[in-house]
Design a protein around this ligand. Sequence first.
Ligand SMILES: [Zn+2]
Length: 368
Amino acid sequence: MATGFYFDERCLWHTTGEHVIIAPVGGYLQPPTGSGHAENPETKRRLKNLVEVSGLGDHLSWKKAPPVSRADMERVHDRKYLDEFKRLSDAGGGNAGFYSPFGPGSFEIAAVSAGLVSAAVSDVYHRRVDNAYVVSRPPGHHCLPDASMGFCLLANIPIALERLRAEQGPVRVAVVDWDVHHGNGTETIFYDRDDTLTISLHQENCFPPDQGRADARGKGKGEGYNLNIPLLPGGGDQAYRDAFSLLVKPALERFRPDMIVVASGLDANAFDPLARMQAHSETFRAMAGDLKTLAGRICNGRLLAAHEGGYSEGYVPFCGLAVIETFAGHRTPVKDPFLDILSQQQPPADFIAYQRARLEAQARALGF
Ligand SMILES: [Zn+2]
């Protein structure tokens, strides 16, 4: 077996229209000369290219998958939303929610993106691959049952998990969302469920700005099965290491999932235009390593990551490579050319101590 690498060129043909960062062109916004919208294909294309050029691709099992069906989508999404998304997509594009523009054919491409995640979930569950990384777009973790949001058009991970459960019966899954933005879509979909532990590490008050508070713990049967870990802007590498040791790992040990699924946004890195967390490739390598070790101990190694955000064309590939190298257990000769400077651009000790004290207080409140 090997690490499964799930990729489909069609995912890179999803378009987000003429924007500057996240704002549509018009008025005083000069049209872009380059990629324009932050969520464009280049970050993912360059990650896939680095996987090939580095030689890591020779150690992976490359996979494609059929798109998810309408029935798969309907386990998570309202029919009305799907109808509207499909209608606009057929008509040449539009926006069926908040901050989520798309072009012609994006409905079918979103089905491919969710299909790749669904195949990876199934393959990892049935141990057909050691573990898996999915490079797909559009992303999924902000998408709500009845609206698209934050560049996310279908809830890729929930669709995949609900299909697995429809086929297999009950499966306990922990979703660890290390995208720098709050995983509000995944949280919403599983908020009253005790079979899915949703953990989101995110920059506090980033996006959505009014969500992701630590006191949002789930409701009803799901009370205690949602864990938000808001981190201070500028927290850097140590904020993530402390959050993992104080909260993420104890929560996973307590929950004992059958499988761990990472919502792998790579936008906590220091170059990202849409956040301010100052992490770097070794942050992602460390988090991936922690989860691989833990999955080996508590869930028969069942671990996969589905790509979410990450908007620095130049740096996302090195963060993604670190994760996939770790999953595959193969270190390529590639050295992160930015690591030296980013390692020095970290917060001072008193800031780190303050951030750590906040995390310790949260861990104490949870009895860890
Ligand atoms: Zn993000």
